[in-house]
Design a protein around this ligand. Structure first.
Ligand code: F6R
Length: 241
């Protein structure tokens, strides 16, 4: 794993942008994208850049089950607002959270096929406080493909800041499995803030275990982790540069 530590999330976004811009210039055609607060500094850099995305395809990690695309808390909506409206892509994929209400298995198999047909060149990731990647919570098998996930109480609580009340937070999501994520040619994971520091330490220094989903990234040949000072605070000095 390559580890980059920068002063703050804005600088981290700029460092991530450099990797994506270089990858795109070198021929990357499919970007794996994420939602949440972590990708925003990167998306801001992408929007203000003169890069053209209309020859690119994007494949998002996940979507809540039961939220229509025009619900302002759906990940479809998030992506439109924070990137796609300003930087149109040739084609964008986000799991179908409405179809998944009745047929999560069908939606999952279709999404696996989409990923197979559009192999991901660069996958962007955030990390949860419990070490989750996408909505793959502790205990998710490393060989998992796209699947429906029942969200843990901790994740529901963490995400409730985006909803009017905790009761409005969907209870499940469709998300790429760990094997789908690991199939990406290159992975860039960003983490900001002290509440990510413990998970970051386990991901980088701890044993590779399904109890810390992000620890699987130690086994990927091309991962760059970009951290602000606070998220890097618990790392052994030898990992910081
Ligand atoms: C979002 C996702 C999640 C987040 C993680 C961190 O698509 O897959 O794994 O990356 O929960 O969330 P934030 O970025 O809001 O701290």
């Amino acid at each position: 794993m390559k580890i980059i530590v920068r002063a703050d999330s804005t600088e981290c976004g700029a460092a991530a942008y450099e990797i994506f811009a270089k990858g795109i210039k070198n021929g990357a055609k499919v970007l794996g994208l994420a939602t949440g607060s972590t990708p925003l500094p990167l998306y801001k850099e992408m929007i203000k850049s003169n890069l053209n995305f209309d020859n690119l395809t994007s494949v998002n990690l996940d979507e809540y089950v039961g939220l229509p695309v025009d619900n302002d808390q759906s990940y479809h909506y998030f992506m439109q607002e924070n990137l796609f409206n300003k930087k149109p892509f040739k084609k964008t994929y986000v799991p179908d959270g409405i179809k998944a209400v009745d047929d999560p298995e069908g939606v999952s198999r279709e999404y696996d096929q989409i990923i197979k047909d559009n192999p991901i060149d660069i996958q962007l990731l955030g990390i949860g406080r419990n070490g989750h990647i996408a909505f793959n919570e502790p205990g998710t098998p490393f060989d998992s493909l796209t699947h429906e996930v029942k969200l843990t109480d901790n994740t529901i609580k963490a995400n409730s800041r985006f909803f009017a009340s905790i009761d409005d937070v969907p209870k499940s999501a469709i998300c790429m499995g760990i094997a789908n994520i690991m199939s990406a040619k290159k992975i860039v994971l960003l983490a900001f803030g002290e509440n990510k520091a413990a998970a970051v330490k386990k991901m980088i220094e701890g044993p590779v275990t399904e109890e810390v989903p992000a620890s699987v990234l130690q086994k990927h040949p091309d991962v760059t982790v970009i951290l602000d000072q606070a998220a890097a605070a618990e790392l052994d000095d030898k990992y910081k540069n």
